[in-house]
Design a protein around this ligand. Structure first.
Ligand SMILES: [Zn+2]
Length: 509
């Protein structure tokens, strides 16, 4: 990822988010610690909407078992998973008085616009690059020392004397692996078994930045698929085989700029995607992001090179979203983790984690799409942001917007406010409604646009005469007149995109 260059869009959206209550730094009443964020009321609504949609796609439609697990796990879990040894950043400290610390790869990228790949470089190689390019401490100008490894997990000492060494989980995956045998037995399940989780992860990043791109505490939504490695045929594959995925295979990364736009069937035939199971899930991830409203041209899968992925990982595709400010941002990890996790926990717990099916003991393989929730929301907001010089609006898809409808009385008298409140009661059973009666109607429209409310309903003098309201469209500002007894149906159709706005009622100029 390219270095920090916060240009206007990200800065404007961040300011809007803080001003209107989407998100802000945790403990901002004091001096916030970088990398920790709170969702305000509007951000929480967007996140809940995202989670609802995620559950529909990845839990309900997939027939997964959803679990909810502890954030604190004992040291042995992380010894087994390899995190105590391998979950590191490569850092470098300056030799100045204040001993400033930097993440070596980011420091190099930011200072000399390094063209090659830094992922996978050893500490010696990174030290060498720093020496050769005479990179100094950006804060104090002092020499830099040798690059060293720093573990990113947060220690938690549990018990009255802190005698039990634990860690905040740096990924949610391990909890699904640990619970796999118990879910298999208690639910009388069979392979392939799918476990879904929405939960937090914690990483002691040295330089949190770019709002939700690098955080120290963040939300993940994950699906782990435990399957028999001898059977990667996938019945649901039929439904996506002709879907075009945008992929940048590892062996083409040096030669092509644009991702291939290729059907899953062809990608498998060409050997870019190893099997139908993985083909199916890559397609579903891209379809999900298209359903979230992203333009497919801003989406791609980048396959990691063997040197970039974990040694136990057979295949790893990063799903990325393009933004003007930050370039390509990884939002979903798609990794085939072989039987590594289960075999390690079998070894450390001295218990068999194989299952017995079809007359055989099988140690399942695991494949996971693992979604960054906060990153996705940040990308959604950046992509939704519009400013045409006259007004600002967030073109969020209705299903994700914090409110679907705003209701305004034109003035707070002549019974318009009472009528408007009655409409709220009518509509709020199905939808999130925003009610506002303060300031001019123009200002109220502007406020609604800025937080992404797709439709505004205004109760005015005409309403009292003819039982109709003004309905306004966020994206075009067009207005139509709709009869109150048709309102609920019209709004539902608009939200479902079953009705163009121009046909929703009588046009008002
Ligand atoms: Zn320094």
């Amino acid at each position: 990822m390219s270095g920090e260059k916060k240009t206007t869009i990200a800065a404007e959206v961040e300011a809007l988010a803080k001003r209107r209550g989407f998100f802000w730094p945790a403990a901002q009443l004091y001096n916030p610690v970088a990398g920790f964020w709170n969702y305000g009321p509007l951000g929480t609504a967007v996140k809940n909407n995202f989670v609802d949609m995620w559950r529909k796609w990845w839990v309900r439609d997939e027939g997964a078992y959803e679990i909810d697990t502890s954030d604190i796990l004992p040291e042995i879990v992380w010894q087994a998973s390899g995190h105590t040894e391998g979950f590191n950043d490569k850092q470098v400290m300056c030799k100045g008085k204040e001993k400033h610390r930097w993440r070596a790869d980011i420091l190099i990228e930011d200072t000399i616009k390094y063209e090659g790949r830094l992922e996978g470089k050893t500490t010696e190689e990174l030290t060498d690059i720093i020496r050769k390019n005479k990179i100094k401490c950006p804060k104090c100008g002092a020499e830099l020392g040798e690059v060293f490894v720093f573990n990113l997990m947060f220690n938690v000492n549990v018990g009255p004397t802190g005698e039990t060494k634990c860690y905040l989980k740096p990924e949610t995956t391990q909890s699904s692996v640990l619970d796999f045998p118990f879910i298999y037995r208690s639910q009388r399940a069979k392979l392939p078994l799918k476990i879904a989780q929405i939960g937090k992860s914690f990483r002691n990043e040295i330089s949190p930045r770019q709002v939700f791109i690098r955080m120290r505490e963040f939300w993940m939504a994950e699906l782990q698929i435990f399957f028999n490695p001898a059977n990667t045929e996938w019945p649901a594959y039929k439904s996506i085989k002709d879907f075009k995925v945008r992929i940048l295979p590892a062996n083409l990364r040096d030669t092509v700029e644009e991702p291939l736009d290729i059907t899953v069937d062809s990608a498998i035939a060409e050997g870019y995607i190893p099997n139908k199971l993985i083909g199916y899930y890559l397609a579903k991830v891209q379809q999900f992001y298209e359903a979230l409203g992203f333009d497919r041209k801003c989406l791609r899968f980048k396959e990691l090179l063997p040197t970039e992925r974990a040694h136990y990982s057979k295949v790893h595709w990063d799903f990325e979203i393009y933004t003007e400010d930050f370039g390509w941002v990884e939002c979903v990890n798609n990794a085939w983790r072989s039987d590594y996790d289960l075999s390690r926990h079998a070894k450390f717990s001295k218990q068999s984690l194989s299952v017995f099916e079809d007359g055989m003991h099988i140690l399942p393989n695991m494949y996971e799409p693992s979604f960054g929730i906060d990153r996705t929301i940040w990308m959604l907001m950046l992509h939704a942001y519009r400013n045409d010089g006259k007004r600002t609006w967030l073109a969020l898809p209705p299903a994700l917007a914090p409110y679907q409808v705003a209701i305004f009385p034109l003035v707070r008298r002549e019974g318009m406010d009472e009528k408007a409140k009655k409409l709220c009661e009518l509509l709020n059973k199905q939808l999130n409604i925003f009610y506002d009666e303060a300031d001019s109607i123009g200002r109220r429209y502007a406020r609604a646009d800025e937080i992404g409310i797709p439709y505004c309903i205004t109760v005015d003098g005409e309403t009292l005469r003819s039982e109709t309201v003004t309905l306004r469209d966020r994206d075009t500002t067009a207005q139509v007149r709709v009869a109150i007894d048709r309102l609920q149906e019209v709004i539902e159709k608009l939200l479902e995109k079953q009705l163009p706005f121009t046909k929703a009622g009588a046009r008002i100029k």
